[in-house]
Design a protein around this ligand. Sequence first.
Ligand code: PMV
Length: 351
Amino acid sequence: AEKSVYRASTTAPVNIAIIKYWGKRDLALNLPTNSSLSVTLSQLSLRTLTTASSSAGYSGDSLTLNGKPQDIQSSKRTLACLSHLRSLRQALESVDSSLPKLSGLPLRIVSENNFPTAAGLASSAAGFAALVRAIADLYQLPQSPADLSRIARQGSGSACRSLMGGYVAWRAGSLSDGSDSIAEEVAPVSHWPEMRAIILVVSAEKKDVSSTEGMQTTVATSSLFPVRVQTVVPSRMDSMEAAIRNRDFSAFAEITMRDSNSFHATCLDSWPPIFYMNDISRAAVRLVHDINRASSKTVCAYTFDAGPNAVIYYLEESSELVVGTFKAILGEDINGWHGPFGDRLLSVTEG
Ligand code: PMV
């Protein structure tokens, strides 16, 4: 029995923020300067599948992503997640001696994304969420999703929001140990079944400024940033939660677009300035405003993370108008990338 293999598999979806996390108040623990809110995408479109196993027969901890071995030892964030999970398992083993001593065994973690990892599609959020949940399942930890979100947060801040479905808030918290910096479900997907999203894959290239590096530059140098953190975001969190509660698409859309613009404005206001959006991103912004103006109401919204790809939210009833217009106007205007989806407009919601 010494060489038994213990195993657990799980999946975690990508999430896209509608109120952005940008800025760390603690680099080691990934504690944010502000709360954020996201929509969890369908697992059918963008998710990570992870299998974690433990065995005395393994020679050391290992992690494989899409078939490629990763260097765990140089990733402080991965090591932090593993040691946290191991200590929780150890606590279980110390009170129940009949449990196999998995905490002392090497771990083998194998992850696959069902989407192109290099395409700037928030892969780290799904990746760390799946890693944490797979190991928590393997270790049969009793911790709740909120507890696990505290661990996933140390892998990648946005990962804490991928442990829950639907509309998820990450409460910044105020404690220095991060114990109150956790994710919380605001509403399940079923609360708003008409919600749809597509991703306009503008570029498959890796972002040139990593989010950690970009955040540090912004926190240290932008004069717009303190206003965003202290007044803009807190009031938007409240209005966004109300918009979701009331299924008020027009409010949801306006706050989403304004918050994306505010985040990218603090990037431009950083020194040296940081650019994540490009000409095609800006064309998508104009197109959304054109569609909304022509419709005399808000039928779609854009948001951009630390890269040029646009996520467009809309309701099922506006599907033909929004997707059709994007296809017709931007469909042929995007250089270079032909994804496995055969389309640069990636549908990322159910229905
Ligand atoms: O979780 P990170 O460190 O990759 O940062 C994500 C930052 C944004 O995607 C730009 C915003 C967010 O809230 O997800």
